[in-house]
Design a protein around this ligand. Sequence first.
Ligand SMILES: Cc1cc2nc3c(=O)[nH]c(=O)nc-3n(C[C@H](O)[C@H](O)[C@H](O)COP(=O)(O)OP(=O)(O)OC[C@H]3O[C@@H](n4cnc5c(N)ncnc54)[C@H](O)[C@@H]3O)c2cc1C
Length: 381
Amino acid sequence: MYDIVVVGAGPVGATAARLSAEAGLSTLLIEEHATIGHPVQCAGLLSSSAFAECEVGHSSVLNTVSGARFVSGRGSELTFDAKETKACVVDRTLLDREMGKAAADAGAEVRLKTRAEWLGPGLLKTRGIRGGEEIGCRICIAADGARSGIARSAGLGRHRLVLGGIQAEIPHECDPRFVELHPDASPDFFGWVIPVSSSRVRVGLAGRADLPARFEAFIRNYAASSIHCVTGAIPLGPLEQTYADRLMICGDAAGLVKPTSGGGIYTGIRSARHAVATAVRAFEVGNTTAEALYTYERLWKADMGRDLALGMQIYQMRCRMTGDDVDHAIRTLSDPEVLKIIVEEGDMDRPGKLIRRLLFRPDLLPLFGRLGIMQLLRSLQ
Ligand SMILES: Cc1cc2nc3c(=O)[nH]c(=O)nc-3n(C[C@H](O)[C@H](O)[C@H](O)COP(=O)(O)OP(=O)(O)OC[C@H]3O[C@@H](n4cnc5c(N)ncnc54)[C@H](O)[C@@H]3O)c2cc1C
C-alpha cells in the first residue's frame, strides 16, 4: 500500500510525485509509455513563471522570447516587446524527462510501460511489463492528461470542450525574439509561429473543427518539410468536480488549462502543488474522504479560479469575433499608450490584471462594447 499513487508522468504528475516523495510519503508514479516525454503534445512555449514552476535547470531551453506579434489576415499587425525574457521555448521531451528524473531522485518509485485503471477509492489495477496487478494507495493523484480515464471511471465526468491541435517544426528564417499569433488561421482559437531559433519555427494551430484543412492552408505560407509533427487535445474548462474519496484530479486531466492560450503547464503544476499539500494535511488529520479532499478544489480555485473563468470569457468572446473584428482590435490596440500597458501588465498566466487596466480606458470602450464587454465585466466582479 502506497501513501500516494500518481497516474501519468507528464510535468504535472512528475511534480506531484516529486513533492509527495519530498514530503516523506511513499510514492509510486505510473506512466503508460515506455519512456517519459514521448510523444510530445505541446508547442513548448512556457512563460517565465511556468518554467520556474517546473523547478529544473536550463538544459531543455532552446530559445527565449521577449514579445509577441499579432497578425491579422487583413494585413494589420501589432508587435509588443518587453525587451526582457517573458517566455522560453523548450524541448518538451527533455523537460519532461528532467522532471521525471527529479521525482525518481526524490524517492518516488517510477513504473514505465504500465497503464493504470481506477477500480475504486484506494484501489488501482495496472497492466504492463510486470503483468497485471492490483495496487492499493491511501490517495491517488490522477495526472493522466486530456483524455483522463481515471476521472471518467471515478464518475467525475468529461471535459465540456476539447480543442484539437496540430503543429509542425520546420526550417524558417525569423526574428527569434517574437512569438507570432495568427487569429485568422483558426477562427475559434488561433494559429502560432514559435521561434525555436532564428532558422527554425513551430507552426501550428488549434480549434474545434476542420483542423487538417485549416492547418494545410496555414502551413502553405511556410512551405517546407516538417521534421517533427505534433497533434494533441486541449481541454478547456475545469471538470465540475476535481476530487472524490481518496482521489484528486490535476492538470489537463482536470481541464486546468488556460483558455486564452491552451497552455496547461503553469496551471497544471500549480494544481499538483495544491493536491500534494491537501494530501499531506489529509494524512495529518486522518481523513482522506471527498469531504477532506474538497480542500484541494478550494485551493486551486483561490489560486487561479478567477483567471481561468476570465480566460473562458475571453475565449468565448474570441469565438464570436469575425476577421474584421480581429483586424479592428489589432489596429485599436496598436496605440503606443496601450502597448505600454500591455508590456507593463501583460502576464501569460494571469490575464486579469491587464484586462482590468484596459477595461478602464475610455478609448477602448467602443472596442470592448463591440466584442461583448458585459460578460467580461461580470466575470471580473
Ligand atoms: C498542440 C498543443 C500545443 C500545446 N502547447 C503548449 C504550450 O506551448 N505551453 C503550455 O504550457 N502548454 C501547451 N499545451 C498543453 C500542454 O501540453 C499540457 O497542458 C501539459 O502537457 C499537461 O501536462 P499533464 O502532466 O497534465 O498531462 P500530459 O503531459 O498529457 O501527461 C499525461 C501523462 O499521463 C500518461 N497517461 C495517460 N493515461 C494513463 C494511464 N491510464 N496510466 C498511466 N499513464 C497514463 C500519458 O502517457 C502522459 O505521459 C499544448 C497542447 C497541445 C495539444
